[in-house]
Write a protein that binds this ligand. Structure first.
Ligand code: OAD
Length: 242
């Protein structure tokens, strides 16, 4: 059964000249990056309202930085997996391939993807809460109250927190790609966080076939044309091999 679905998905992907991909934390799970809502996920052990909202940062910046410094240390030590590499290879051989990710770990770029839309920001960039300057910084631990070298203001992680808008440029490009693609490939996301999760439905409304690759069944996989269940590090190479 899964073999037939896999063959059908491969056929669709090989025929398509325009593909949009949406990834989530599950794609990095096999690299050793924790997801959010699985059994040992970050939001199972930490309250996101105390760590990932602008209000939490205003109240307890040191606690929020402790959490993000911990994530920076974890991510510094990991490597992309076969799923990331398969997506990077897809981008190299297809003219119109857009990769929108909810991940902030930069593993897609480390695997060789160049055109990555980071819908939720990234962990390696800081943003000054006073002057707004963004700066890449690969230091693993920035301490409890990192300050802006330009103006002395408090720095925050350049990630999107609950209640905040997505970076409008990346979101606009992702929407446009979802609307024009022939195949929308969604991998490793519980598809519970909006508006990212709505990209696949948007694609379908505009005529795309939706393929989902996820360890568990989700609302999105139920709505997909083809839902493949398994690890993205195994499924994506099988689906995308040239
Ligand atoms: P979740 O943790 O909500 O979902 C991860 C999904 O990946 C689950 O459905 C898992 O079953 C699946 N999964 C786990 N391991 C997998 C594997 N090896 N292969 C394939 N699938 C696997 O993570 P996201 O959907 O990415 O936002 O969460 C969305 C957003 O919620 C995140 O970007 C983050 C969080 O709050 C912010 O921090 C703004």
């Amino acid at each position: 059964m899964q073999k037939d679905l896999l063959d059908e998905a491969r056929r669709l992907l090989h025929k398509a000249t325009s593909i949009c991909v949406l990834t989530g934390a599950g794609v990095s799970a096999e690299s050793g990056v924790p997801t959010f809502r699985d059994k040992n996920g970050l939001w199972r052990n930490h309250d996101p309202m105390q760590l990932a909202t602008p209000e939490a940062f205003a109240a307890t910046p040191a606690l929020v930085w402790e959490f993000y410094n911990h994530r920076r240390r974890c991510i510094a030590a990991v490597e992309p997996n076969a799923g990331h590499l398969a997506l990077a290879a897809l981008e190299r051989r297809l003219h119109d391939c857009t990769l929108a990710t909810q991940n902030v770990d930069r593993l897609h770029q480390k695997a060789g993807s160049r055109n990555v839309l980071e819908l939720h920001g990234d962990l390696w960039t800081t943003r000054c809460t006073a002057c707004g300057v963004r700066q890449e910084d690969s230091t693993h631990d920035l301490g409890a109250r990192p300050l802006c070298p330009a103006c002395g203001g408090l720095l925050r992680p350049n990630v999107v927190w609950f209640g905040e808008l997505l970076p409008q440029d990346a979101w606009g490009q992702a929407l446009a790609a979802a609307k024009r693609c022939q195949v929308m490939l969604v991998a490793g996301t519980s598809a519970t966080v909006q508006p990212a999760a709505s990209l696949a439905l948007m694609a379908r409304e505009h005529g795309a076939r939706v393929i989902s690759c996820n360890l568990e069944s989700t609302a999105l996989s139920k709505a997909a044309d083809i839902a493949l269940q398994g690890k993205s590090g195994e499924l994506l190479p099988l689906l995308l091999e040239a």
